[in-house]
Design a protein around this ligand. Structure first.
Ligand code: ADP
Ligand code: MG
Length: 306
């Protein structure tokens, strides 16, 4: 049966340099095209950690004026979308599927009173010595923190996504049968100031943004594709147990018990729970890129539903 599926691609689907990414997305396109060939409607979201980091670093050189972080995010959406839309277009055409694929530069509204702004945690950009970091903080007002013994870096907040500004555009493209790439890197974070949207230096978790997107497009499935085939309890420990089908209530219990690493698996599990809770018949699936097709067929992956 035809499903509407939001697919959130993880870092392993993209790669680090432009050359690497162009190669890797050709592989990424295969399982995505499989799903489209089976008749499903796909909406794509993706992370941008390494890419936005690279863009930000490139502008840190002092050779050209500094580039604000929201603009770096916009550049990363265009750069990643360009590669993804071409790779997917080509893979679809090779199967005789003439389906338009388009990237939408997407802004995601955050609440300026989000408590995350009081405690920035996401390191971005270059490493500095303590003295340099203090000077930068004084000059720019940036918050600089020590990063795991490697030096000082700027940190920004990771607020929760509230709304997708381009929601009607995305839905119009879906209605027209187009494959849309949107909320790249979690979206460009903006705060509302009347009619004006002000970009803020922050990082929205792509798993949470994908969840909001999945609700907005009324998806049947939210698939979070990452480096592991399933979610585990006691991950990496002797009593490791891979999860197949889990209810929201069970997953909430496992979250309580601390089974999922913050910053990697926890946001995926939380996004999955939120989506499964948001409406009847909505299922979240966490699996690897290679297993996407079997996952949708119910053969593998971790499925979360009410
Ligand atoms: P992505 O780029 O896809 O968001 P992350 O590295 O942020 O990838 O998160 C996925 C990683 O989370 C997995 O590759 C795995 O190493 C790690 N992980 C942490 N806890 C768990 C768990 N309980 N079960 C499975 N994987 C886990
Ligand atoms: Mg991640």
């Amino acid at each position: 049966m035809k499903k509407r599926i939001v697919v959130a691609l993880g870092g392993n689907a993209l790669g680090n340099t432009a050359q690497e990414q162009r190669q890797l997305v050709r592989q990424t396109a295969v399982p995505l095209a499989d799903l489209i060939a089976e008749g499903h409607e796909l909406v794509l979201a993706h992370g941008n950690g390494p890419q936005v980091g690279m863009i930000n670093l490139a502008f840190d050189s002092g050779v050209v004026p500094a580039m604000p972080f929201p603009e770096c995010g916009a550049m990363s959406q265009g750069y990643i979308g360009y590669h993804l839309q071409n790779a997917l277009r080509e893979e679809l055409l090779s199967r005789g599927l003439d389906r338009p694929v388009a990237t939408v530069v997407t802004q995601v509204v955050v609440d300026k009173n989000d408590p995350a702004f009081q405690n920035p945690t996401k390191p971005i950009g270059s490493f500095y010595s303590k003295e340099e970091a203090e000077q930068i903080a004084e000059k720019t007002g940036f918050i600089m923190k020590e990063d795991a013994g490697r030096g000082y870096r700027r940190v920004v907040a990771s607020p929760k996504p509230v709304a997708v500004v381009e929601d009607r555009t995305v839905n119009a493209l879906i209605r027209d049968g187009q494959v849309v790439i949107t909320v790249g890197g979690g979206g460009i974070p903006v705060v509302r100031e009347g009619d004006h949207l002000e970009g803020v230096a922050a990082v929205i978790d792509k798993d949470f943004a994908s969840e909001v997107l999945a609700e907005i497009v009324n998806a049947d499935y939210l698939i979070i594709l990452t480096a592991v085939e399933k979610v585990a309890l006691n991950y990496g420990k002797p009593q490791e147990k891979w999860l197949d089908r889990v209810t929201v209530a069970e997953m909430e219990q496992y979250v309580e018990e601390g089974h999922f690493a913050p910053g990697s698996m926890l946001p995926k599990v939380e996004a999955s729970v939120a989506f499964a809770k948001s409406g009847k018949g909505r299922t979240a699936l966490i699996t690897s890129l290679d297993c996407a097709r079997d996952g949708i067929a119910g053969k593998t992956g971790t499925h979360i539903s009410l």
